[in-house]
Design a protein around this ligand. Structure first.
Ligand SMILES: Nc1ncnc2c1ncn2[C@@H]1O[C@H](COP(=O)(O)OP(=O)(O)OP(=O)(O)O)[C@@H](O)[C@H]1O
Ligand SMILES: [Mg+2]
Length: 301
């Protein structure tokens, strides 16, 4: 099986006393082993909810979600601990709160290794070298900049040698140059270690740097962007002066159609042609055309 992530009809409902929020409404997503892909979507569309499900930080309400051979709907609590320890690594927007300010960068990377009883100083140093902090590994965390701390966090997320790296807005609070540097680290980790990477971002420029981008709208996968020319090496293009990496330039957009034929039509399109609740659909042997409903009288005329 070369699927790292397989979600079908994934549902997550948050319930509190008086309200119920359906954050994921039957989401489908497949990510292959060794892929590096991005997830985009408006605020509140369900991106973090999805990542938390995949990372085993929260439990799905219904549907199927399989990661690295684990069924995350049926997984027992003790297995979930093992899953989190061995299969996934997590990077957040603001990792500061998970780091220990008065320990050095190296000690911070070694900490989770110590906790799981597998201290490997050589590997910890190698990880810090990988993220470009070879010269700063003995600096205390509080002496490092936000971008440097974020790179320590990436080293930590790799310390348990995960098969899957999940990053929720990893470049959300750093400048463009640091964001570029972080994306390059992810790309190297993906190529050199073969780790599957899923990155949630608001930044379309960053999203344009991966092979595949999936857009989530209202808790469903709505659009998928694939590289127009799979042989294009985005890294090389950047070196050749390609910076504006907008999604549309490099990627072609496709509407996601699920197994039973459902797809999402953007609200703007529906509004523009005056579709509300009901539409007419015609098939001319070549195209499927969706229009505002024709009235019955019009039909009979
Ligand atoms: N613990 C929770 N309890 C109740 N509702 C929640 C909870 N977590 C998320 N939600 C709701 O679920 C929906 C999806 O939230 P989510 O955090 O996944 O969005 P997001 O796409 O990550 O947004 P952003 O880009 O702002 O981070 C939102 O309507 C949110 O209010
Ligand atoms: Mg979020």
């Amino acid at each position: 099986m070369n699927e790292m992530i397989y979600c079908e009809g994934l549902v997550k409902i948050f319930k509190s006393e008086d309200i119920e929020v359906v954050a994921l409404q039957g989401l489908n997503l497949t990510v292959n082993q060794g892929e590096m892909m991005a997830i985009i979507g408006n605020s509140g569309s369900g991106k973090s909810t999805l990542l938390n499900m995949l990372g085993g930080l929260d439990r799905p309400s219904a549907g199927q979600v399989n990661v690295g051979g684990w069924d995350l709907l049926k997984i027992r609590d003790d297995q979930l601990v093992e899953y989190k320890r061995n299969t996934v690594g997590f990077v957040w927007q603001n990792n500061g709160r998970n780091l220990l300010p008065y320990l050095s960068a190296l000690e911070n990377v070694e900490m989770p290794m110590l906790l799981s009883g597998k201290l490997d100083r050589v590997y910890a140093k190698q990880l810090l070298e990988w993220v470009g902090l070879k010269d700063r590994m003995h600096s205390k965390l509080h002496q490092l900049s936000g971008g440097e701390q974020q790179r320590v966090a990436i080293a930590i997320s790799l310390s348990n040698r995960p098969k899957l790296l999940l990053a929720d807005e990893p470049t959300g609070s750093v400048d463009t140059a640091t964001a570029d540097q972080i994306m390059n680290i992810f790309r190297n980790v993906n190529r050199e270690l073969g780790i599957t990477i899923v990155i949630v971002t608001h930044d379309l420029t960053l999203a344009g740097k991966v092979d595949r981008v999936v857009a989530i709208r209202d808790g469903l996968t709505s659009t998928e962007f694939l590289k127009r020319n799979p042989n294009l090496d985005l890294a090389t293009m950047e070196n050749g002066g390609f910076h504006q990496g907008g999604l549309q330039e490099v990627h072609e957009a496709f509407v996601v159609v699920d197994r039973v034929g459902r797809l999402q039509v953007p609200k703007e399109y529906l509004e523009a042609v005056g579709i509300q609740g009901r539409a007419s659909m015609e098939f001319d042997g070549d195209k499927i055309v969706i229009t505002a409903p024709k009235s019955l009288e019009e039909e009979n005329a």
